[in-house]
Write a protein that binds this ligand. Sequence first.
Ligand code: RIB
Ligand code: CA
Length: 308
Amino acid sequence: MKKVLIDCDPGIDDALALALAAGAAGSLDIVGITTVGGNVDLELTTANALALREFLRLDDVAVTPGSGGALLTGAVRAADVHGSTGLGGVVLPAPRLGPARGHAVDFIVEKLQAFPGEITLVAVGPLTNVALAVRHEPRIVEWARELVIMGGSYTRGNTNPAAEFNMLADPEAAAIVFGAGWTVRMLGLDVTLKAMVTTSVLDRMRPLGRLSELLVPATQFYGKVTDEGGPAIHDACAVAYVLDPGLFTCVPAEVNVETAGQYTRGMTVTDFRIGDRRPNALVATAVDVPRFWDLVVGAYEKLATRLG
Ligand code: RIB
Ligand code: CA
């Protein structure tokens, strides 16, 4: 089984990514969940992670809160997209258990040190915790099996024309992460926007018992579902990459994060013309959409049998 540590800011698509990880429990060993301020404040992303942990039957997975804000600038939030609670209109049963003691940064470093070469770090929110972990212990770059992020884009932004939300929320953190020496697996908007929940996909989520009580309303809050298009479950692409990298076409590149541009702050400036330079990123450029949905819905179906 692949060990994963998921750093997230639940967040509707974070929730669907955690559900995918929970459904793939046979292939993934989730060593922990850490939370960061992002779509909504840290208190809410952590509360959502705690509720999701129990709803998804991940009861033995520690949830450790991390950074509430960006390294340098003020909070960038997306409550207009994810709702004031961060989970759209979905209300999950109140969690029985609270967060683990300690800070996410220490948890990330301790776990990667304890299992060198074994843990894939999956970051699907702003990269503040990951950047602080790198600064705290630079050796995590060698200890991590891989770093897989949902973030950035080489073609466009979503929060503005230039920047994707996770990068814009903390550009300095993203710059530290891309400059740390590992080869970041970057699942950017270029592919994640193809992971749209269309009517036919949503219909496959409907007959999943209790799980559909999360999946269906959360997805419908996230965006208008039509036969041709719908909300993209960005973060699930990062987990899907861990489960089956072959779903994606990835190209080596040099990625630099703009931190100073008046109009381009948070942009992941991606250069595929690296020649003999060592790439700092493997950038996803394509995804096999039908196979992606077969993987995701298959995992949800497995999880649904456990949830009833
Ligand atoms: O741009 C999409 C990303 O920003 C996703 O991680 C979503 O949850 C938001 O955090
Ligand atoms: Ca997210």
